[in-house]
Design a protein around this ligand. Structure first.
Ligand SMILES: Cc1cc2nc3c(=O)[nH]c(=O)nc-3n(C[C@H](O)[C@H](O)[C@H](O)COP(=O)(O)OP(=O)(O)OC[C@H]3O[C@@H](n4cnc5c(N)ncnc54)[C@H](O)[C@@H]3O)c2cc1C
Length: 397
C-alpha cells in the first residue's frame, strides 16, 4: 500500500503513472474541487511532460485542451537583444503545451476513477503521522488512520507534513509576486510564447487554446497592493508598456491572482518510507516554467525505480529511497540554479549589467551550445530520460 498526501497536479500525475503497476494507492486531498486560482492559471508542460501523459494514454483527453508552443521569443525591454528557440531546431513537433491548471487537474482526476485499486479520499486531510515498523500511520481529519508502506508527500509549498516532521527548509525570498491573468491581445498568439525581461520584472506570455494569452508578471512585492487594487484600464496601460510589440494591443484582461515567489528547498527529501515530491520538496521562480516539469521527471524516474524492484518489500526502504533520490538530486540542483541565474542576471538595472545582459542575449543568439541548453530546459529533455519520457511503458518491459 502506497499513500499520496495531496491530490494537486503532482499527486494526481504520480498516481496515474503508477496505476498500471496495480499497487493499491490512496490519495488524500483536502479539496475535491480546484480553487479559484487554478481556473485562472495556466501552466506550460514541456515536451517531456507531455510525452509522459501520452505514454499514459491521456493524449486524446489533453490535446483539445492544450495550445502547442512552436517558438519561444526571449527579449530584453528597451534593447534590441533577443533570441528565439524553435521547436523545429529541437527536432520536435512542439517545445511545450499550455494548459489551464483546473482543466489538467480535472482530466487527471477523471482518469484515475477508472482504476479500482486507487482510492481518492477527498475531502480528507492528514493531520499527523506516526512512524511504525515498515511504514507510517497517517492520522486523518475524518476517516480512521491509514497504515502505509510508503508515503509520498505532495502537499504543496510550505508543506504541512514537513513541518510536522520538523524538516527544515532553506528559503531565498525573491521579494516578488507573480501576477497572473489571461489577456486578450489584438494579435493572436499563433503558437508563440514570449519571455521579456523588463525593469519592472520578468513577464511571460503563453499562447492558450481559446486564443487568449496567459500572462505571468513577476512584480516587486512592494507594488503588489497597488496592482491588486488597480482598475482594468490602469492595469492594461501598465502591462502594455511591459509586453513585446509583436502581440499588439491588450484588449481585455481577466481577474488577476498573485503568488509570493521564493526559491525554497527542504533539507531532507527522504526519510525511511517517506518521500517529498513537487512543491512540497521545492519551489522556484516560475519565469522558466520548470517547477511542475521537474516534478514530472521525478515521477517518471520513480516509476522506473518501482517497476524494477525484485520484490515489493524493497519499496520505501531507506536505502532504496536514498538510492532513488541520488539519481534525482543533480537534476533538481541544475534546474534550481538555472532558474535562479536567469532572475539574477536580468534583475538589476544598471549600465554594466545591462551591457552584460545584452551580451548574454547576443551570445545566446549566436552560440548554438548555449541556445541548445536553453532549449533543453524548455523541452524538459534533460539528462538520462526515464522510460515514460521515451514513450516506453515501464510495466511492459
Ligand atoms: C505563477 C506560476 C506559474 C507557474 N508556471 C509553471 C509552468 O509554466 N510550468 C511548470 O512546470 N511549473 C509552473 N509553475 C509551478 C507549478 O505550478 C507547481 O510546480 C505545481 O503546481 C506544484 O504542484 P503540487 O501538486 O506539488 O502542489 P499543489 O498544487 O500545491 O498541490 C498540493 C495539494 O495538497 C493538498 N494538501 C495540502 N496539505 C494537505 C494535507 N495535510 N492533507 C491532504 N491534502 C493536502 C492541497 O489541497 C493541494 O491540492 C508555476 C507556478 C506559479 C506560482
Amino acid at each position: 500500500m502506497l499513500t499520496i498526501v495531496g491530490g494537486g497536479l503532482v499527486g494526481l500525475s504520480l498516481a496515474l503513472a503508477l496505476a498500471p503497476l496495480n499497487i493499491p494507492i490512496n490519495i488524500i486531498e483536502k479539496h475535491p474541487e480546484p480553487g479559484a486560482d487554478a481556473k485562472v492559471r495556466s501552466i506550460a508542460l514541456a515536451h517531456g511532460a507531455m510525452t509522459i501523459y501520452r505514454t499514459l494514454g491521456l493524449e486524446a483527453a489533453l490535446m483539445p485542451l492544450v495550445a502547442p508552443i512552436m517558438r519561444v521569443h526571449v527579449s530584453l525591454q528597451k534593447t534590441f537583444a533577443k533570441t528565439y528557440i524553435e521547436a523545429s531546431e529541437q527536432g520536435l513537433p512542439a517545445l511545450g503545451y499550455v494548459i489551464n491548471v483546473a482543466e489538467l487537474r480535472r482530466v487527471l482526476w477523471e482518469a484515475l476513477l477508472a482504476y479500482p485499486h486507487i482510492e481518492l479520499l477527498a475531502p480528507e486531510q492528514v493531520l499527523g503521522l506516526t512512524e511504525q515498523q515498515g511504514g507510517w500511520l497517517l492520522h486523518l481529519q475524518r476517516g480512521t488512520p491509514i497504515a502505509t508502506r510508503l508515503v509520498i508527500v505532495a502537499d504543496g509549498a510550505d508543506s504541512g507534513i514537513a513541518k510536522l516532521l520538523n524538516i527544515r527548509t532553506q528559503t531565498q525570498d525573491y521579494l516578488q509576486y507573480a501576477l497572473v491573468a489571461n489577456v486578450t491581445t489584438s494579435v493572436k498568439p499563433q503558437g508563440i510564447a514570449y519571455e521579456r525581461f523588463s525593469a519592472s520584472g520578468p513577464v511571460a506570455l503563453l499562447p492558450q487554446v481559446d486564443g487568449t494569452m496567459a500572462l505571468v508578471w513577476a512584480l516587486a512585492a512592494s507594488e503588489r497592493a497597488d496592482w491588486q487594487q488597480a482598475d482594468k484600464a490602469t492595469l492594461i496601460t501598465k502591462l502594455q508598456t511591459l509586453i513585446p510589440g509583436q502581440v499588439g494591443r491588450i484588449q481585455d484582461i481577466s481577474a488577476i491572482m498573485t503568488y509570493p515567489l521564493a526559491l525554497r528547498k527542504i533539507d531532507t527529501h527522504t526519510l525511511p518510507h517517506l518521500l517529498f515530491l513537487g512543491n512540497a520538496a521545492r519551489t522556484m521562480h516560475p519565469i522558466a516554467a520548470q517547477g511542475f516539469n521537474l516534478a514530472m521527471r521525478d515521477i517518471a524516474h520513480l516509476v522506473d525505480a518501482i517497476a524494477s524492484v525484485d520484490s515489493q518489500e524493497q519499496i520505501g526502504k531507506a536505502e532504496w529511497l536514498s538510492q532513488y533520490w541520488k539519481t534525482r538530486e543533480k537534476d533538481e540542483d541544475r534546474t534550481l540554479t538555472f532558474t535562479d541565474s536567469l532572475i539574477k542576471i536580468f534583475q538589476k538595472d544598471n549600465y554594466p549589467v545591462t551591457c552584460l545582459r545584452q551580451l548574454g542575449m547576443q551570445t545566446l543568439q549566436l552560440s548554438p551550445t548555449l541556445k541548445r541548453l536553453f532549449g533543453l530546459y524548455t523541452t524538459g529533455n534533460l539528462g538520462r530520460l526515464p522510460k515514460l519520457m521515451r514513450g516506453i511503458q515501464p510495466w511492459n518491459t
